[in-house]
Design a protein around this ligand. Structure first.
Ligand SMILES: Cc1cc2nc3c(=O)[nH]c(=O)nc-3n(C[C@H](O)[C@H](O)[C@H](O)COP(=O)(O)OP(=O)(O)OC[C@H]3O[C@@H](n4cnc5c(N)ncnc54)[C@H](O)[C@@H]3O)c2cc1C
Ligand code: SF4
Ligand code: SF4
Length: 417
């Protein structure tokens, strides 16, 4: 059963924000628009992140590479496949993210939630908002492509007298939030995180939609599914699934993905209390419960949510090696090695059946992202690579021969586990 919602238009006003300060590698998380824009120096994932210290502060311990899957997914207490028994209309998957935040507001556990609603004129564009009524969370469901200055709302939220807040954030926003958390003056901040990768500006994303359909303005939903298909939904209710191999990626301009989103170092949002994604979910949602606060959040949903143990099948090494070879060619300005047209439907049919699935799919994607990070940073920002790439990212790519030495990066990461 799907629950219908018909929220009132414009129920969530946007806030007027200061201009962003110019920064070289920046996803405008909002910190540069705060009273002290210099806070970026302490907060930014793209300068010199210290994941072990922040993991220890937020979760009580840093990731432990000896525990299964922590090297890939960060510290956690439990992994689940999950679905709301009553999926919500307009949600990206079944709406667990929104429901967690709604529950926090309904029970009075938080005074407000910082998240994104769609722009009135462009539903793909995220607009940061402060939500204080549980019923307004429905206005924010669904994924928008792009980034927007979510953390610029921290100061207005404090000025409104909100003491306990929740923030729904993508990883580069979560890092800055956690880095500044102690100085923000809130009594408690709960972070509901989603994974994030391959993001770009909303403006550039429209160029991708233009390549996918003759009437891009009718596309209302897009998701990269774990079965190697992109799902599109249209305003008239139609759905279309396109195999990854048949996506027009090679037609995108070289600068389609900004350097930030090719090189960020935290795919799975390791500093959130709970991460809500899909990669390890084999068609369902995938939850990473990271600490006791995250455990309590999930428990508050009671039997509204169906949980099961994530599966894992297939082997990732071949797929990751192929990805690395292509990424190196692309980073060097060479054309991608493309599979012959006749072979693509066959491989497209085989991949969901014999390729990495479940947790192995999630590990595959995390390793690919780590490889992309080190290759692009080594080439485009070698000085920054020294400080920006944490030790765990090097550990993920070392089995594929990607090391500081092989990439010509001198020096150590700022802090080693
Ligand atoms: C740009 C992007 C890339 C992603 N890539 C992956 C991926 O590679 N693998 C994976 O497992 N999951 C990824 N996700 C997360 C995934 O798409 C779902 O959002 C997540 O699984 C939650 O589904 P849901 O039904 O619980 O969300 P819903 O209940 O529909 O809630 C979604 C929440 O996300 C917020 N949101 C939407 N767009 C943005 C945005 N651009 N920035 C910040 N917040 C936003 C909404 O305001 C809402 O609060 C990505 C999300 C984004 C925004
Ligand atoms: S991403 Fe955020 S913290 Fe980093 S430079 Fe941009 S505004 Fe500052
Ligand atoms: S891909 Fe990385 S840098 Fe880009 S928006 Fe997502 S978390 Fe931020």
């Amino acid at each position: 059963m799907t629950i219908a919602v018909s929220p009132p238009a414009n129920a969530l006003p946007s806030h007027s924000l200061r201009d962003a300060a110019p920064r070289p590698l920046c996803t405008d998380c909002g910190v540069s628009r705060m009273e002290d824009p210099k806070a970026c120096g302490r907060a930014c994932q793209f300068i010199a992140p210290d994941y072990p210290a922040l993991e220890a502060r937020v979760h009580g311990r840093a990731r432990d590479a000896a525990r299964p899957d922590e090297l890939h997914f960060g510290p956690f207490l439990a992994l689940h496949r999950a679905a709301l028994k009553q999926p919500r209309t307009g949600a990206q998957w079944t709406g667990i993210t929104t429901r967690l935040a709604e529950t926090l507001l309904e029970t009075g556990a938080v005074d407000g939630v910082l998240t994104m609603r769609p722009d009135e004129d462009d539903p793909w564009k995220p607009v940061p908002v402060i939500v204080t009524r549980a019923q307004d969370m429905a206005l924010c469901r669904g994924m928008r492509m792009g980034y927007a200055p979510l953390l610029a709302l921290l100061e207005p939220a404090r000025a409104m007298g909100l003491k306990r807040i929740a923030v729904i954030a993508i990883p580069c926003q979560t890092y800055a939030l956690r880095a500044l958390e102690a100085e923000l003056g809130f009594d408690a901040i709960t972070v509901i995180g989603t994974p994030c990768s391959d993001n770009t500006t909303t403006e550039k994303f429209h160029a991708f939609l233009d390549l996918l359909d003759e009437k891009p303005e009718t596309i209302t939903y897009l998701e990269f599914r774990a079965d190697y298909h992109v799902e599109l939904r249209f305003a008239d209710g139609r759905k279309r699934a396109i195999p990854f191999l048949q996506l027009p990626i090679s037609k995108l301009p070289a600068d389609f993905f900004p350097l930030t989103c090719r090189t960020c170092v935290d795919y799975t949002n390791v500093l959130a209390d709970i991460t809500v994604g899909y990669m390890g979910g084999e068609g369902r949602q995938w939850l990473i419960v990271r600490n006791e606060r995250g455990r309590a959040l999930l428990a508050a949903l009671g039997d509204e949510v169906e949980l099961s143990t994530p599966g894992s099948a297939g082997k990732r090494a071949g797929a990751v090696k192929g990805f690395i070879a292509n990424t190196r060619r692309a980073a060097g300005g060479l054309p991608l090695r493309r599979m012959p047209g006749w072979l693509r439907p066959l491989i497209g049919w085989l991949m969901p059946r014999v390729g990495p699935r479940g947790l192995e799919f999630a590990r595959t994607r995390v390793e690919m992202k780590a490889a992309e990070t080190v290759i692009h940073l080594a080439r485009e920002e070698p000085a920054r690579a020294k400080r920006m790439i944490p030790a765990h990212v090097w550990a993920l790519v070392e089995p594929y021969g990607l090391t500081r030495e092989s990439l010509g990066i001198q020096g150590e990461a700022r802090r080693q586990e």
